[in-house]
Design a protein around this ligand. Structure first.
Ligand code: NDP
Length: 266
């Protein structure tokens, strides 16, 4: 995709962190935006920050785990903009709890928000993209989509599921010019650890040291847009340690598993 000018970009989790930064980066390039998350007042704040004309930003509040609302939401986007060029699956929630302590409902909730919501929205959007004979999915996975670490079991499982599902979509969508760029960030400086779920599903509520030292969200967004412009299929964004870990797993998996075991979160 050479330019984002006038492209219609639907971003979930646009009310904070990486999603907000992606929205602002697309706005700078003249895209038209659909902003989705649960907190409408935060979406309105982000809309103002874009500086785009009123009609070029649709604020579409939605809890993405209410799967039955995905299709009506897509219809609302089409009725406003007549097309959807890019769908950014970014809404997500992390986890901070050991397997033995974690309620089954917490796992279901992590799968719902991080994985099934993207399936529901993809199925709602895909018919329009197929008809257009073009479309691009940006999937915010994680280094956790490649490596399973301590206290993140449900989050890791959901992000691994994203990797498999969207590899299939990339292959199935090829004939209709539908593209997929999967993003695997390492530590990005956002509120993700504050919003992570603990063993009973309550908010963890603490800023992780790794997150606090992470890459700024706007730098992450810049790298994401660059990857989409270049039609990259998958990229890794992060510090040396996180990106090196992905390659270590690929070429020397036993060494990586030993490292992960020793890396106990504080
Ligand atoms: P934030 O917690 O800042 O943002 C999460 C976003 O998801 C918010 O906008 C939140 O909006 C939205 N969200 C959460 N639950 C729902 C829901 N049920 N329905 C709709 N929207 C929802 O964290 P990040 O910006 O860091 O996270 C964005 C993505 O990046 C996630 O997928 C995360 O897994 C991924 N990621 C983050 C990394 C990091 O280090 N920060 C590293 C790797 C991946 P609201 O509360 O208004 O609904």
């Amino acid at each position: 995709m050479e330019t984002f000018k006038d492209k219609v970009v639907w971003i979930t989790g646009a009310s904070s962190g990486i999603g907000e930064a992606i929205a602002l980066a697309f706005a700078k390039e003249g895209a038209k935006l659909v902003l989705t998350a649960r907190r409408e007042e935060e979406l309105i704040r982000v809309k103002k920050l874009t500086g785009l004309p009123d009609g070029d930003v649709l604020v579409l509040p939605l809890d993405v785990t209410e799967f039955e609302k995905a299709k009506p939401a897509a219809e609302q986007v089409i009725s406003h903009f007549q097309r959807i060029d890019i769908m950014v699956h970014n809404a997500g929630v992390s986890q901070r709890s050991y397997i033995q302590d974690t309620d089954l409902e917490v796992y279901q909730s992590l799968m719902n928000v991080n994985f099934y919501s993207t399936v529901a929205l993809t199925k709602a959007v895909l018919p329009y993209m197929t008809k257009q004979k073009s479309g691009h999915f940006i999937v915010i996975s994680s280094v956790a989509g490649k490596i399973g670490t301590i206290m993140r079991s449900g989050y890791n499982a959901a992000k691994h599921a994203l990797q498999g599902f969207y590899d299939s979509l990339r292959a199935e969508g090829y004939k209709d010019n539908i593209k997929v760029t999967t993003i695997c960030p390492g530590y990005i400086r956002t509120n993700i650890s504050l919003n992570a779920l603990n063993e009973s599903g309550a908010k963890f509520g603490k800023m992780d040291a790794n997150q606090a030292k992470g890459i700024p969200a706007d730098e992450c967004a810049r790298q994401i847009l660059d990857a989409v412009k270049k039609d990259k299929k998958e990229i890794y964004i992060g510090g040396f340690k996180e990106v090196a870990a992905i390659y270590l797993k690929r070429f020397f998996p036993s060494m990586l598993f030993d490292q992960v075991r020793k890396n106990i979160p504080e």
